[in-house]
Structure formats: C-alpha cells, structure tokens
Design a protein around this ligand. Sequence first.
Ligand code: IVH
Length: 698
Amino acid sequence: MDEIKRIAELRALLEYHNRRYYIDNSPEIGDIEFDHLMHELERLEQLHPECYDPNSPTCRVGADLSNEFEQVKHEYPMLSLGNTYSREELFEFDARVHKQLGLGQSVEYVCELKYDGTSISLIYDEGALRRAVTRGDGVKGDDVTANVRTINTVPLKLHGDFPDRFEIRGEILMPFAVFDRLNAEREEAGEQLFANPRNAAAGTLKLQSSAEVAKRNLDCYLYYMPGRVDGITTHYDSLVAASKWGLNVAKNYKLCSSIEEVWSFIELWDIKRSELPVPIDGVVIKVNSYAQQDQLGYTAKSPRWAIAYKFKAEQANTKLLSITYQVGRTGSVTPVANLEPVRLAGTTVKRASLHNADVIESLGIHDGDWVYVEKGGEIIPKIVGVDLSRREPGANPIKFITKCPECGTALVREEGEANHYCPNEMCPPRVLGRIEHFVSRKAMNIDGMGSEIIELLLSSGKISNVADIYTLPERRDELVGLEKIVYVEEPAEHVEVSLANMFDVVSSEPRLVPKKLFSLQKRSVDNLIKAIEKSKQAGLSALIHGLGIRHIGESASKDLARNFNTIEALQSATIEELLNIEGIGKQMAESICSYFANSENIAMIDLMKSCGVVTTCTESKTSDKLSGMTFVITGTLSTNRDHFKKLILAAGGKVSDSVSAKTTYLLAGENAGSKLSKAQKLGITILDEASFMNMLSE
Ligand code: IVH
C-alpha cells in the first residue's frame, strides 16, 4: 500500500485506540498490538518528513482529560517510557546507555515492578498533600485531589525530614479482589463491565463523588520524584528517603549492578507476578545515578535513562463448555466461548471471544476441547490454541450456526467478509442499534435517551422504530412508572435427602426470578420529552445522518441536506442527480435510492413530518459567495479546521477531504504536507488564511 496513505490510516487508527483506552476506558486492542502500530507509524514518518503533523499520535502521550475536573499544568511533563519485549532489546538498551555515557563508566540500575494502573502526580507542600493530578495529555492533567484523598495509602501528612515542597509520582491501582467484587456487582445491576483493573482504577478516579471513590478501595504505589532534593544524588536514595517521610513507595525494587542482574529480576517477577494482589505488566529499569540520568537526557516522549520491559500475556488452560452467538447492532454475529471458570492474570475468566467462523476453523476447535486462553487489553480474553492431547475421542468439530439466534432468520456471509450477518432489518439488536444511532449526539441528539431507556421502550412495545419516538410526547402518561425488569437466577435449593422428605417436591434447579432494575420517574419522563421536542429542530442533515442509510455518514448527510434542501427532494432524487454531488459516489447513490424505495421508510418519514420534525435544511447559509467552489483544508491554521469548514459551508461552498482535479482552492496553514504538494502539482490555487478571509469579506 502507498506509504503516505498508510500514515493517514495509522494516525486515524491510533487516535481511535487512544480514545478507547484513555477516554472511554474500554480498549479494543492490547498494548503490544498498539505499540506495534505506533512503531510502524514512527518508522513511516521518519521516511516521510514531509508528512509531519504536530497532531500525529507519535507526538503526544495520549489524553485522559475529562471536562468535570479543573485542569492543571504539570511542573514537569509526565512522559511515558520506551518499551522492550525481549532479552535482546533489553541488552540493546544497556549498550545504548553505556555508549552514550562513554564506555568506561559503570552503570547501576534500579529495577521496579511496572504497576498496571493509572499514573498520578502528588504535590506535597510543607508536609501536606496539596494536589493530586492525573497524567492527562502529559502536559496538563485533571485535578483529582478530592478523590485521591480517599485512598488510604496516600498520606495526607508526612513526617520526618521532608523537603518544603516536592512532587512524587506513582500509580493508582485497583487490587484484583476489589476489581472482581466491583464487576460482579456491575454484572448484577446490568451495568457495563470494566475491561480490567487498570480501566476500573482510571474510571474510579474520575468519579464525581469522592464518597463513591472511597468505597472502591483503591491503592497507590509511588515510584519517582521528578525534581531534585538537596543531598540526594541517586534514584534509589530518593525512594528510601520517600519511604522515611511516610510515603507508600512501591515495594520489591532492587539495585542491580549489571544488566544480567536486571534480567534475573525480570525472570523472577515474570513468575512471581501471579502472587501479587495488584496487576503488573512488566518491570521498569532506571539508571540509578542522577548525574548519569542528566547526561542521558530525554527524547520528546520518554527519558533515555529508563525503559520498560513488558511481560508476555499470561495463559491459562481450561475446558470449553459451550458457544453462545451474540448478534451485534449491525447484525454481525460473534461467537463467544463459555469456559469452565479459570484464574488468569489475577481475575476469573468465564468467557472468551472466538471472533468469527474463520477463527473457529483455524483453531480447529471441537466440542468439549481444552483450550488455552490469553488476555490482551480487552474485556473478553482470546482463545489462542487447543490442547489436542486432552480431546475426547469422537468429539465433533464446532459448526457455525446457520440461523440467527435472536430471530431465526438464515444468516448470510458476503463474499470476502469474515463475519456472518443476520439480514433481518427487524432483528431486535439491529432495531436497538438503529435507534441508538438516531438519538446519538451527532444525529438527532436526544439527550437522556440512553440504551437502557430505548430497550425499555422497545420491550414494552412503546416504540418499534425511530419515528415512534415522536409519538411519545402525546403518550406521556403511558411512560411514567414504566419498569425495567430483569430475570435473575436464584440458586438451587439445597435439599437434604432423607427418607422422610425424599418424595417431597423440592426444586433443585436454579429458578428465574424477576428483579426490578429501575422505573421511569415523572422527572425523567419530562426531561426525555423535552429532549424529544428539542430534537425536532435538529435539521435535515442531522435527520439524514440519523436515518442510518448505509454508506451515508455525517459529512455526506450535510452535503445532501445542503444540495436538496428538503427531504422530499432527496426522496425523489435520481441516481444521476445524486452522482452530480461532490463527495457522493456510486455505492452511496445506490444506497440512498434503495432506502427511499422502501415504503416502510417513507411511512416513518411521513410520521415524523406529521409530528413536527423539521425536514428542511436549517443550516444557516449567509451568502452564495463560494457557491460552486470546492475547498480542501490542510496544515495548522489559527484555529481548528471545523471553524473554517463552517465558514465555507455557510458561504455556499463545499469542503472535501482529498485534493483532486475537482478542487477549486487549497486552504493551507503551516506545516502543510502531502496535500500541498499534490495541489501544487495539479496547479490548484493555494490560499493562506489571510487571503481566504479576504475572499470571504470581499
Ligand atoms: S517511572 C519518566 N516507574 O508506566 C519516568 N513508571 O509506560 C516516569 N509505571 O506513565 C515513569 N510502574 O504510569 C515508572 N515503577 C514504575 C512504574 C511506572 C508503572 C507506569 C507509569 C508510566 C507508564 C509508562
């Protein structure tokens, strides 16, 4: 593949996974896979300096900022660490250190456990905890002092001979035992589970209620002082001193005088880690002497005097009990293995993902097989192999189901696709998915209509499609008091078998008993109705986007709304008319026509119209100055690109993502890269910000 294209693809991919990890606390890939993608991007960016972008994932450390906390700038940036995965890479690190220091120097290393939680910076002032700040984007983080104060292992007052003011960093962790309990409670309450103790710790730290944080029993281990304290000249001594002041310094650190000794420490802890009450994912190796640390210095992202060694994922062996097939919101069917519970990396594993039919086939998995499971960063671990020596004679290979487990429709698998799909548009998870998309922020933005409420409205028959939402304000009374009931298993009764009662009828099977989860209160119904009423004004582009027409995303919806102005005009557009619009290709045009050819879709739109949903373009067009012109925006401008995009759209212009012969102008900011060179090649007029603004105001 074209390397430039791959750079763009990797940036988007890493940005997405960064968000899943730092903001959503719900990672989809493991650290090793993430690092692998990051290394590939670093390598390609080195080969293509013209693609420099200060916003590339390689230039930042990842962000976990959330809006609710005050943001504070770190006195010293919170960097990350370089990673190694093998003895060989570790020895290369040692060789680099020796080379940079001058070959004659001897080097001592401090080995520490690499705690797998969320990092924290603590400021102590006159012996009292002043501030606790998360890493955030490495430059500034969230002030979570109130929450950190609830952690018992963070001293609020120091003792002994502590410095006036200093910063110490460490890791906030959720012990396995707490994690297991928390997830069990969440499972029972029907809430989303935390993927791992790290996400649970990060999520807990960002809770609004410190009281709630206190209940979760977080722990905090400290391991690094970024500033210097008079009289302390090594990292090791700084840890010893911090312990003396009463700080909870991470245990099990060791001073080593050779890299061989470091390797022995790693080998030891690779085995012993399963005995720890908190998760670790490797060992951190730091040059001990401050003088040597200063000499080695830093790269943009990490110190040259420290490195992390990451352990390989732990494996466990267990028996396959059955396979459940889950139908996703797009209709895709995912097989999930139910396993005999087994301990793995500190938690109990009961399920593992099998992804799709190809994975089942390539594993060659049979009924009742003993399988190897491994944890990445995901909630559900993976099956990575089968123990053939324990296969029962006569066991049958697993056969993928042919009918949808939710609605019974025959499944389809399109040419070249790995997944099976349920093609039934009315299959319950698909209906739910469509409604969730319709109410989402970038579509009709119906605040307060979360998945639980949608499920409740669907299961109680109050709605069956997106249009029905607009009939709810008329039926307010039906909603108040609506209850969500789940059926939970009640454990089997324990029966003492004696002659006296052996003929009594006592159920020994687990029973399903109803449990009320929540009911809709007057206030939430009022708020929901307000949000529904407000969403009627969302406008045509939000509506088109919300309909979830295949291949039509947010930006295509805007183009369609601006070009057709009314839903009726779009409904009756021909393929040719659609293809005339910049940004609308054949696949999109066909998809739009087939959507509106379906009479059920037309009926839904008619119902929405009759309920007062605005179906015309409300985007404020201030002029036609840029009408017929297509812009591409690139480089760093004085403010974000969205601002300029809005200006262009408001003046009747169009904005496209890629430079082509159809581009009228390239609006280029600083450090523009490949788009600039392509535009130059094609002879397209390049505008800087000032000339663009002139053009608008002329
Ligand atoms: S030292 C400048 N020591 O790992 C060096 N970090 O991948 C600062 N971590 O952001 C970090 N255990 O959250 C250090 N013993 C340890 C650690 C540790 C876990 C985390 C920390 C850091 C990340 C880097």
